[in-house]
Design a protein around this ligand. Sequence first.
Ligand code: GDP
Length: 298
Amino acid sequence: TERLKMGLAKTRDKLGKSLASVFGGGQINEDLYEELETVLLTADMGVDATQHLLKDVRERVSLKGLKDSGELKEALKSSLTDLIQPLEIPLKISGHKPFILMVAGVNGAGKTTSIGKLAKYYQSQGLSVLLAAGDTFRAAAREQLVVWGERNGVQVIAQASGDAAAVAFDAVNAAKARGVDVVIVDTAGRLPTQLHLMEEIKKVKRVVQKADPTGPHEVLLVLDANTGQNALAQVKSFDDALGLTGLVLTKLDGTAKGGVIAAIAKNRPVPLRFIGVGESIDDLRPFAAKDYIDALFE
Ligand code: GDP
């Protein structure tokens, strides 16, 4: 939790300080609610989540007959917890062997880094991991993954052919033949507006299904928290195209926009499997709503 607190320092600094002024004493009144609204919007919670939270906080205040602005803090904490708690559904690697994870995201979101962290995370749990180097647009990315795999004892399936779907197909079949526990299918970074690339990634999913009709068992989108409200737009687009089952929100350590989690919870509640709060391997961790909120309000 210490690391998490450190990781969330920026969001906390900004949100916490502004909240401190809202909760700083005196009577609860309309001005205070207005201030609170501004603070929530500034933390990138978005209009819908902000309105939802304000309404919920008001209800708590009247239900409990709260008068003092200091008591608003606990009310907000409870409202926020209720809102984002449903996103806390840990990813369970079970029921399928191989368990197939497919990973999507825009360039620079932290996809490659997160896949490396995930591979090591599962390896450390005694599971064998195979990576499909499906980022076939960048030869360097492929090479990098192969080298990384050799260094870390993780099997990597790569092809020079340049067809991401074929790589995924080979990888799933190799994993079956080798009795591997977890397959992670990397894909090239793409924007939701690049329609031909969105078609390509849909094809990767279809081909994975051909290799294993039960898969993919997890379709993850990696998001950069710095993109704030745009992260929500990405969730919607990728979810519409692929049917997302989970999210990874990276770079929470470098941003004051950590509130986007509330926006996602309100508008497109895809389970938030992991958050990234730094560049080291331990900095990718399962999302825990309570720890996150405690770290924010500390
Ligand atoms: P990709 O293009 O999506 O594969 O992105 P990369 O995995 O190459 O990551 C882009 C940059 O973000 C790299 O410099 C990573 O070290 C950095 N990065 C990824 N995740 C995190 C995180 O949680 N926190 C921080 N501070 N940096 C991260």
